[in-house]
Design a protein around this ligand. Sequence first.
Ligand code: NAD
Ligand code: UFG
Length: 345
Amino acid sequence: MKILLTGGAGYIGSHTAIALAAEGFEPVVLDNFSNSHPTVMERLTEVSGRSMLLEQGDVLDTDWLRQVLQRHHPVAVVHFAGDKAVGESVAQPLKYFHNNVGGAVSLMRAMVQATATGGGDRTPALVFSSSATVYGDPATVPITEDFPRSHTNPYGHTKLVIEDMLTAQCKADPTWRVGVLRYFNPVGAHPSGRMGEDPDGMPNNLMPFVTQVAVGRRPFLNVYGNDYPTPDGTGVRDYIHVMDLASGHVAAVRTLLQGSQGFTVNLGTGRGHSVLEVVRAFEQVSGRAVPYRIAPRRAGDVAQCWADPTLARTLLGWKARFGLEDMCADAWRWQNLNPQGYRSA
Ligand code: NAD
Ligand code: UFG
């Protein structure tokens, strides 16, 4: 059973490919490598013990996508492809609406066309990478899926628009089955140390910044604000191990293939950790110091954000297994063995 992973060479897509392959599915990675490195394909083959299928190209190319769908007849598509840097989306909103919203429109149209001309195939099930960013600045925590949605930047806006487009398409054509996964804060790496997060240039997110300080690529971490209304004043987030996130995708695909009409669920652990807790846990497991300085708050950050993950447990039979120490230990193993990420290879 083939599963097409758009953006499958990226951070979350590559770990999901491993989890799907381990469960007997045949992942087909589709990527244009705009934010990933082709070396990941060798690592995928090495870690999974099987050669991974690759379709190199752009999701914006609807005709080509239709041909890919007709070539592989996937039972499900997981749509990871898109741009994800919040700050860049504020500076270049059109890039985000074009690639993220345009990419989703292109994929959905290609799915319609491939099904119409595919000789009786069902529309593949679709799993979409949404984000806790759709909750904006939540009034309370933990966050359940029925919280009001809002956006504080163009990146988050694209996720809202895509969620709405999927809802409209499911209403228009009840043969569509869509699972929307709202990720909280994915961190960590495959426990082998052969795959992990490999941001290009200055990392935007906390964990890759911490690991780069620990390995000596950067002198210190800026902690963005210590005057939030949280126990130690620093921002609190629901960090989730990327392998837990990957198994959440396997559960989502299985649930859709077993007849579910669709769902929208949070993928988080249900626990919040502050920036300083992450720094301390990382120092503990790595044995390295992580020097930091308190800096002003970062524009657009919320004080605290964590999930109520009950619905994912009820609907998908999934829950996160790994804790903060596992996340730090696996992130550190990856960074330590690959100080320049995939470019170290
Ligand atoms: P990533 O950048 O590592 O992976 C995205 C992949 O998509 C990259 O390999 C990139 O080359 C590819 N891509 C981008 N545009 C493409 C296009 N037009 N055609 C083909 N390939 C294209 O990001 P990630 O962290 O793995 O995130 C995956 C998805 O999850 C994204 O949609 C992101 O918005 C969402 N998400 C991520 C986080 C996070 O913190 N990492 C949190 C919530 C949601
Ligand atoms: N932080 C620092 N220093 C840094 C980076 C981050 O102190 O160098 C702090 C932030 O202020 C925040 C916490 O660490 O309190 C987490 O920040 P991240 O940038 O790692 O994550 P965010 O919660 O800001 O955002 C991430 C993704 C978004 C996504 C959101 C919810 O970047 O795309 O999680 O899923 F929408």
